[in-house]
Design a binder for this molecule. Structure first.
Ligand code: HEC
Ligand code: HEC
Length: 304
């Protein structure tokens, strides 16, 4: 099959289409001329009888039916002449889905070229203060981000971080958030089950759970934390945005803050993945999203 010339199958499809279409025309016309014949409506006695007095060929097909089919056939012929439908023949109008899509995109670009140019020159703070720009950003967020982070950007416990709490695992400056969106992020929190004995693991989890309240210096988990965790999370649990290691001494938890939930995180590790949008969004769209995420409106919404 693979070594058939490219237009063989196209020709074959054209042949099949034309033959079956001609058959259909013949069928409809023959029924029509039978209907017009003199002996219609009569029972000859030789016709098969289906049920008591229901005979084959008794009732002529109505005229509207014939005209409807004829109109449909004329439409089909015209359609196949002007639009693609017969094998690889492109049709007289050379219409294609791709072409139509490109045309829509061209219209879209023309329509929005001026407002885009106006926005492109504005810095983040000006964008954030521009309600129309923020409405566009909110729409972009709904379209590209809400599936994971939620329509209100509050995320989902255990899976997707809250983007309105002012706590940024990967850094909260405009540059850092832009990098998060553009390049995506892969968090690597190793699992400690193979390294730590059960009591040690429990102790360090309990130590982390008490960090927000200021764990005592003599807590049994402190030494383990200093040895295994401080390299990424910092000696006092301040986190490290370069590694995406979250702050552990506040009350904000993605995977849960009870000693049990923390023990599960520590034992199995976590690998949160934020997809990269650099290829899907253009520069202005990314800047709008960054402005939206860092806008004072967001900061106000953070107030407890
Ligand atoms: C190699 C660096 C690294 C080390 C070492 C490390 N972590 Fe992490 N940790 C991370 C990263 C990165 C994340 C974020 C994971 C994610 O977002 O999916 C994380 C997440 C966590 C969380 C989840 C926080 C939340 O918001 O739910 C806890 C708890 C945690 N680490 C505790 C520890 C403890 C305890 C240790 C030491 C036994 C430790 N980590 C060692 C990098 C590290
Ligand atoms: C497929 C799900 C998914 C989609 C879609 C998604 N994200 Fe994320 N995002 C994540 C996950 C998971 C993380 C957490 C990564 C980690 O654990 O470090 C994250 C993290 C982030 C962070 C870092 C938060 C912090 O505390 O530093 C930002 C900012 C962010 N996303 C913004 C966006 C924006 C803007 C969009 C839309 C353009 C988006 N995300 C779309 C899953 C997603």
């Amino acid at each position: 099959m693979a070594d058939m010339p490219a237009d063989f199958w196209s020709g074959w499809i054209i042949l099949l289409s034309v033959v079956s279409f001609s058959g259909l025309v013949w069928l409809v016309l023959s029924v029509y001329f039978r209907r017009a014949g003199p002996e219609r409506g009569q029972v000859t006695g030789e016709d098969p009888v289906w049920d008591e007095n229901l005979h084959e060929g008794d009732n002529p097909a109505p005229f509207w039916w014939f005209w409807l089919l004829l109109a449909a056939m004329v439409f089909s012929v015209l359609y196949l002449m002007f639009y693609p439908g017969l094998g690889s023949y492109a049709g007289a109008l050379k219409w294609s889905q791709g072409g139509q899509f490109a045309e829509h995109q061209r219209h879209f670009r023309d329509e929005f070229a001026a407002p885009r140019a106006a926005l492109a020159g504005q810095d983040g703070a000006t964008l954030a203060a521009n309600p129309a720009a923020m409405a566009v950003a909110a729409k972009l967020f709904q379209e590209h981000c809400a599936a994971c982070h939620g329509g209100d950007a509050r995320g989902r416990a255990g899976l997707f971080p809250d983007l309105r709490d002012g706590d940024w695992q990967w850094g909260g400056s405009a540059e850092q958030i832009e990098q998060t969106i553009r390049q995506g992020r892969n968090a690597v929190m190793p699992g400690w089950q193979p390294v730590l004995a059960e009591p040690e693991l429990r102790a360090v989890a309990d130590f982390v759970a008490t960090l927000p309240a200021g764990a005592g210096a003599e807590h049994p988990g402190r030494a383990t934390f200093a040895q295994y965790c401080a390299a990424c999370h910092g000696p006092s649990g301040d986190g490290n945005p370069l590694l995406g290691a979250p702050r552990l001494n506040d009350a904000i938890w993605l995977y849960g803050g009870t000693p049990e939930a923390i023990a599960a995180t520590v034992a199995g590790g976590r690998n949160g993945r934020m997809p990269a949008f650099g290829a899907r969004l253009d520069d202005l769209q990314i800047r709008l999203l960054v402005a939206w995420l860092t806008a004072p409106r967001q900061a106000a919404a953070r107030a407890p």
